[in-house]
Write a protein that binds this ligand. Structure first.
Ligand code: HEC
Length: 127
């Protein structure tokens, strides 16, 4: 499998610095194979249909029911984000001005973040 090599310390315009090297992001990121398993493991406990409308921290997760692809699409669009960064990417990178996700603490590892970002950058397809 071809991979994108992301250099250690690769920096973004908003000041976020990738904490570790990640070399395992597929050249073409699949929503179903690469992204959905991360969402299921790290996000569904609050953002699934059963929880997203419950009080925080178990829910009140805005309008995002991650079992609905169209609901996710709203939040992967840079148009609904801040300065061209989507909420999906800003929240998981813990960028300033975004609510850090997962909401109950911790952070996705660098490869999970890079995988989701690559998928968003490619248009967040349902592929
Ligand atoms: C412990 C519960 C919890 C977990 C786990 C969690 N979230 Fe959230 N999420 C929330 C809550 C609560 C909000 C609304 C926060 C607010 O508006 O103050 C939210 C809001 C968001 C938003 C902003 C859009 C919205 O619906 O308001 C995004 C994007 C988001 N979460 C992404 C994620 C992603 C991606 C994951 C998995 C990596 C994740 N969240 C995991 C509870 C959670």
């Amino acid at each position: 499998m071809a991979g994108l090599a992301l250099a250690t310390g690769c920096s973004y315009t908003n000041g976020y610095t990738e904490p570790v090297t990640c070399t395992t992001v597929p050249a073409t990121v699949s929503y179903k194979l690469d992204v959905l398993p991360i969402f299921k493991a790290e996000c569904f406990r609050c953002h699934d249909a059963a929880h997203y409308q419950l009080p925080a921290p178990q829910g009140s997760s805005g309008a995002m029911n991650m079992e609905s692809f169209s609901s996710i699409s709203t939040w992967t669009s840079p148009k609904t984000g801040i300065n061209g960064v989507s909420y999906m990417v800003g929240c998981i990178r813990h960028d300033a001005g975004f609510i850090a996700m997962p909401y109950d603490g911790g952070k996705l590892d660098a490869c999970e973040i890079a995988t989701i970002k690559a998928w968003v950058d490619a248009g967040a397809q349902n592929n």
